[in-house]
Design a protein around this ligand. Structure first.
Ligand code: LRH
Length: 462
């Protein structure tokens, strides 16, 4: 029987467990289980429901066991920046707060004032109010008592892995999204942590992708019906890091090939060996996030299909007819000139996304999209133009211009958006693989287990 690696991938809207096996230079992939991930508003905050997510993950693992896979390891990836705090007895001190919570509004300006460029030359991270740094700053400011008793800070994939293994550590790629690492040394930025005023002991050992975090706890193995010992492996545990690791081999020189990891967010950039920490990169909103193999993901965080996802959810709640295919074909034939700035704060977490779009268009003297088709067309063409702006900015920062774009992740199924992007960019655009994140996670696990030597072994296939 073939060795199977499980990728547990948590996204902003849903999570899933994928099973992957390497078979004669190809990868067999199956989605074993999928479950929803909801943000819960309670009191003054927006939370993730960690307990429900943990339970659903176990349901997915149990399902994989039932299917008879020979499971060798598990790897966890999630969205960036969010975290949980545990006390010295290993108990979770409250539900992780969602990065869309407004508690960090205005804090980057307050924290850095005029020192932004200097800070960027060390951290290299796009300063966004959602980043862990500002979440901690807001907790500090409000006198959050969790900070007084917290022993360790664990980013979401670290937290899931901790409760699976009992081992607490911080994986490099996800830690890099915090804005609390030094980009070059790839270690904690101690002076910044000191300035922030939170205890240094919160930040633990940084492990690289490919490190075995620990064995799956016996009681969990029993609970899901597993008799074999299984490793929990640190993969590129930031979802984008795993996705970028799975980018297919390309016809053009790699340095001229950009990626767009398309989902709730659009992550647009290139893979580099070393960070770019210049003022120009800072001003253009680029981030130097950690990649698998110590690489740097030099990219922009762009608000992606979130706007469309919210619109669809909202229309569904109202009982309106709005399947994805129907909406895309309506958008295909719609004709509306309006363009929104997808990164405008107004779209971060509005109560009503359609109203937010109307408000934006009105404020900017543009026609308000009325029909489903017009609203969706407006969103998609705005995204395509934003990608064009991102590629132009990349071209100004890199030694040679980008000649090809690879769109990976679930969003690359949106063929209208792909075409609008290709038209805006004027370079070849390739779509796929949809399952890049799971593939990247499974590749790291298979390499760690010694089944393949490197990602190049199956890159042809990808
Ligand atoms: C996309 C993503 C992105 C950001 C955001 C918070 O899922 O990971 O790279 O970090 O979530």
């Amino acid at each position: 029987m073939m060795n199977t690696y499980l990728a547990v991938d948590f996204g902003g809207g849903s999570g899933r467990v994928m099973a992957g096996s390497i078979c004669q230079g190809t990868l067999k992939l199956e989605e074993v289980y999928r479950f929803p991930n909801r943000q819960v508003r309670m009191g003054n905050h927006v939370y993730w429901d960690f307990l429900a997510l943990f339970d659903e993950m176990k349901n997915g693992l149990r399902q994989a066991v039932r299917k008879g896979y020979r499971i060798r390891s598990i790897g966890i990836d999630t969205w960036g920046v969010d975290f949980g705090l545990i006390d010295r007895n290993g108990n979770l001190l409250g539900n992780p707060v969602c990065y869309r919570d407004p508690r960090t509004d205005g804090l980057p300006e307050e924290f850095f004032g005029d020192n932004l460029v200097r800070h960027y030359s060390e951290a290299g991270i796009q300063v966004m109010s959602i980043n862990t740094l500002f979440q901690l700053y807001s907790m500090k400011k409000s006198g959050d008592t969790q900070l007084e008793v917290a022993d360790r800070l664990l980013f979401m994939p670290d937290l899931f892995s901790y409760f699976l293994t009992g081992v607490a550590n911080n994986e490099y790629c996800i830690a890099s999204t915090s804005e609390l690492l030094e980009a070059r040394s790839r270690t904690w930025n101690q002076p910044l942590i000191q300035r922030l005023g939170v205890p240094a002991h919160l930040f633990g050992d940084i492990v690289m992708p490919g490190t075995v975090r620990g064995k799956l706890k016996r009681e969990i193995a029993e609970e899901i019906g597993l008799t074999d010992e299984v490793d929990v492996i640190a993969v590129g545990s930031h979802d984008t890091a795993s996705a970028v690791y799975a980018i297919p081999s390309t016809q053009v020189d790699k340095s001229r090939c950009a990626f767009l990891s398309s989902g709730t967010w659009s992550l647009l950039g290139v893979e580099l060996d070393e960070p770019i920490l210049t003022e120009e990169a800072c001003r253009a909103g680029f981030t130097n996030e950690g990649g698998v193999g110590g690489k740097i993901r030099f990219l922009q965080n762009i608000t992606g299909l979130w706007i469309l996802q919210r619109l669809i959810a909202q229309w569904k709640e109202r009982g309106e007819r709005c399947g994805y295919d129907f909406l895309l074909s309506a958008a295909e034939s719609a004709d509306i000139p309006s363009v929104i700035d997808v990164d405008d704060k107004i779209f971060q977490n509005p109560v009503d996304m359609e109203d937010a779009i109307a408000e934006y268009c009105e404020a900017h003297g543009q026609p308000i999209p009325e029909t489903y088709g017009e609203v969706v067309r407006c969103v998609l063409q705005s995204l395509a133009l934003r990608y064009k702006q991102g590629i132009d900015q990349l071209n100004r920062l890199l030694p040679a211009p980008i000649e090809q774009l690879n769109i990976i992740g679930g969003g690359c199924r949106n063929s209208l958006l792909n075409r609008l992007t290709a038209k805006a960019l004027g370079i070849p655009v390739y779509a796929g693989p949809v399952e890049a994140t799971a593939i990247g996670s499974i590749l790291v696990q298979a390499i760690t287990k010694g089944e393949i030597g490197s990602r190049e072994d199956i890159k042809e296939f990808i």
